[in-house]
Ligand binder design. Structure first.
Ligand code: GLP
Length: 241
């Protein structure tokens, strides 16, 4: 695992975008795993800027998102579908059929989880997965205690995650209590992984990830067993190391 500490979140975003672009240029039909949340917004801004200025093409790129809230439709502004379109996908020349997110309003959520795993395998797996990290060390929506053998599954969100994510909603009562997420095994099968974190509120999670024993109680610690992971953090997120 490679740890890179940069000065601030701008530098974090630039470096992560650079690494993503390197993969996209080397393999123009790559499958890129995408993350949501506040942290990767700057990364998507960099990628949008690059697309505008340098014309990097996404004509053959496929994307698979980590997770989606249960019960929110793609046109709900709080859904991860909506976020991805706003922040990134509607700004680039990606083909609609190459964009994949779990469907949080599927009638049968178990079947949906299976379908999502099948999509990822049919794409030949994930070439590069971008990740953020939750305050409690979660990745995607894999909460503490999730099996490292897990695949895409239905999750009941912890109080801590609901609380942390309520900042994006009008009221905490609007935050869905369930989500669909790629499993830890699904994530670990990616060829390369980049995790980004900034701000002092992520310092504890980064300390757990880097220094604690590999344990299912800290989902992100699973990344330490992967051969090609880069953690890019700003000084504030690295402050407890
Ligand atoms: C959510 C997402 C995670 C994300 C985390 C942190 O729970 N499912 O993928 O990493 O929030 O988000 P933020 O970057 O807003 O702190």
């Amino acid at each position: 695992m490679k740890l890179i500490v940069v000065k601030n979140s701008d530098e974090m975003s630039k470096l992560a975008a650079e690494k993503m672009l390197a993969v996209i240029k080397e393999k123009p039909n790559a499958t890129i795993g995408l993350a949501t949340g506040g942290t990767p917004k700057g990364v998507y801004a960099e990628l949008r800027k690059d697309h505008q200025e340098n014309g990097t093409s996404y004509g053959q790129i496929k994307t698979v998102n980590l997770d989606e809230y249960v019960g929110l439709s793609p046109d709900d502004p709080n859904s991860y579908h909506y976020y991805m379109n706003e922040e990134f996908l509607s700004h680039i020349n990606i083909k609609e059929e190459n964009i994949h997110l779990p469907n949080g309003i599927a009638d049968d959520l178990q079947t949906e989880c299976k379908r999502y795993e099948e999509i990822i395998s049919s794409l030949g797996g994930i070439d590069l997965q971008l990740l953020g990290i939750g305050h409690n060390g979660h990745i995607g929506f894999n909460e503490p205690g999730t099996s490292f053998e897990s695949r895409t599954h239905l999750v009941h969100l912890t109080e801590e995650t609901i609380q942390a994510n309520s900042r994006y909603f009008d009221s905490i009562d609007d935050v869905p209590t369930k989500a669909l997420t790629m499993g830890i095994k699904t994530i670990l099968e990616s060829n390369e992984i980049i995790l980004v974190a900034n701000g002092k509120e992520k310092a504890k999670a980064i300390k757990f990830l880097v220094e604690d024993p590999i344990d299912e109680l800290v989902p992100a610690s699973a990344l330490r067993s992967h051969a090609n992971v880069t953690i890019i953090v700003d000084e504030a997120a690295a402050s407890l190391l």
